[in-house]
Design a protein around this ligand. Structure first.
Ligand SMILES: Cc1cc2nc3c(=O)[nH]c(=O)nc-3n(C[C@H](O)[C@H](O)[C@H](O)COP(=O)(O)OP(=O)(O)OC[C@H]3O[C@@H](n4cnc5c(N)ncnc54)[C@H](O)[C@@H]3O)c2cc1C
Length: 444
């Protein structure tokens, strides 16, 4: 009989759940500690009139291979559905469609020559194979240098701002490169030149919760211990290279010892759980996190014709509008049209200290800008969610700064969104990371 090792996973988001799924059940006894009363972390859901919806808008791209594979491994591939996406950009008081190259050619907010420059630059980025040579630039520097003019100032710069807020000029160019590759890869159709095809986005039937639910069932059947509402409060390395965890359960403090610990918490939480050598700490702190403030509104009527609207207007206090029910049918949510209004902000931004009704009152007057017929009585309900570790800011030359998954403490590992590079963070990449770590541990 094999002597199975005990492993603790801190965090039941995509990374932690994936690691638990792919760890060998013959080799490990697995315990997952999750501070929230639910699984899914940033991709967790709330119930809206009987339908489950992510706290922050979520979709997938066709090259999100690791999550697609996980669904295969769970035998739920049939739950993944692909929808045409419709992206717009709100600028000068109007939403311009910006989904396809043809849309870009018609993008009246820019002079024609600037639109051509935009299209040519996108093609140039598509053809770059070696992202390493982009490492020494921020996206802002590179785009300004190669594009300049109105197409930079009025298009890419505001879009970078919309995604990264005040940190828009610190993002490494590899991030931008990989985002463009993903968007190109997600175009499907019969036209041989792929970027001319329509973009499709993936969404699991029943929300991302469908995947998490099937994982929970698998864990139950395979004796994986999933402890919800159980925050880890301290990680204490022992002299014999095992690791103790202090954790809170039902208001009582407990301690348990493990052979291995994998933490999937954001870096700023991890560094409070354990003292780490300075060099590793410095790497961990090299990626700053920004938070997200997301309001979901339930409307009686449709607000726009778009799934996703980037907002290029400094007078509007939110940066993006995602009309989820322009992708999924509204009958899933009690026939309400669901809109996300989103903002990426520093964790100590003043908006985070506002009450829900103050945020609602601040956003409300701007909805008419997207549909002049809009009236307040279309709103039947709203929800506000804030996430503190929504987006790591990954700067230039990051490959030399990524903290390793193996921390300087023996048998203690870290897997969080700051270790995803050059891709943007996303459920797919957290699942990939969880799986890679599990496979390495399976071999030890
Ligand atoms: C607004 C928004 C929109 C997004 N849109 C998309 C999208 O369209 N597509 C996509 O693929 N991805 C999207 N993402 C990103 C995606 O959700 C994340 O990258 C992914 O879910 C991260 O998973 P994770 O497991 O690495 O981290 P997390 O989800 O952050 O999981 C970490 C877990 O650790 C737990 N934890 C923290 N501290 C402790 C502790 N002390 N003890 C126990 N547990 C602890 C947390 O509660 C959490 O559950 C979006 C994110 C946001 C915020």
């Amino acid at each position: 009989m094999l002597n199975r090792k005990n492993i603790a996973i801190i965090g039941a988001g995509a990374a932690g759940l994936s690691a638990a799924f792919y760890l060998s059940k013959q080799k490990y006894n697995i315990t997952i500690f999750e501070s929230a009363p639910f699984v899914g972390g940033q991709a967790s859901t709330i119930n809206i009139n009987g339908g489950l919806l992510e706290r922050g808008y979520h979709h997938l791209f066709t090259n999100d291979y690791s999550i697609i594979q996980l669904m295969k491994d769970l035998n739920i591939s049939n739950k993944m559905k692909w929808y045409p996406s419709k992206v717009g950009t709100y600028i000068n008081g109007k939403i311009y469609p910006t989904t396809s190259p043809l849309d870009l050619l018609r993008f009246g907010a820019l002079p024609f020559t600037e639109r051509i420059k935009l299209g040519l630059l996108s093609l140039r980025i598509k053809n770059i194979k070696n992202w390493e040579k982009l490492e020494g630039f921020t996206a802002n520097e590179w785009l300004e240098k190669k594009l300049g003019g109105e197409s930079y100032e009025k298009f890419w710069k505001p879009l970078l701002r919309a995604k990264f807020g005040d940190y828009f000029d610190q993002i490494g160019m590899p991030w931008f490169w990989s985002k463009m590759q993903t968007r190109f890869a997600s175009r499907k159709g019969k036209i041989p030149i792929s970027f001319l095809n329509k973009e499709v986005l993936g969404y699991p039937d029943g929300s991302f919760e469908t995947i998490f639910d099937h994982l929970k069932i698998y864990f139950k059947q395979n004796n994986v211990d999933l402890l919800l509402s159980t925050p880890v409060t301290k990680i204490i390395p022992q002299e014999n290279s095992t690791i103790s965890l202090d954790y809170k359960k039902n208001n009582s403090h407990n301690t348990r010892n493990f052979d291995f610990v994998l933490s999937t918490t954001p870096s700023f939480i991890f560094s409070k759980l354990i003292d780490l050598p300075n060099e590793y700490l410095k790497k961990m702190n090299s990626a700053h996190y920004i938070g997200a403030l997301v309001m979901i509104i339930e409307l009686e009527k449709k607000l726009t014709d778009h799934y996703w609207v980037n907002i290029v207007d400094e007078n509007i206090p939110f940066l993006g509008l995602i009309e989820h029910t322009n992708m999924l049918p509204k009958r899933l949510y009690g026939n309400k049209n669901l809109i996300y209004l989103t903002n990426y902000l520093d964790k100590d931004h003043k908006y985070f200290s506002l009450s829900n009704s103050q945020i609602f009152d601040m956003y409300l007057p701007h909805l008419k800008k997207f549909n002049e017929k809009f009236s307040e009585n279309w709103i039947s309900n709203y929800h506000i969610n804030s996430l503190s570790a929504a987006q790591p800011i990954i700067g230039k030359n990051y490959s030399t700064n990524i903290p390793a998954h193996n921390t300087p403490i023996k048998n203690l590992l870290l897997a969080n969104t700051t270790q995803i590079y050059p891709e943007d963070r996303g459920t797919n990449y957290s699942i990939r990371m969880g799986k890679e770590i599990a496979e390495k541990l399976n071999k030890t």
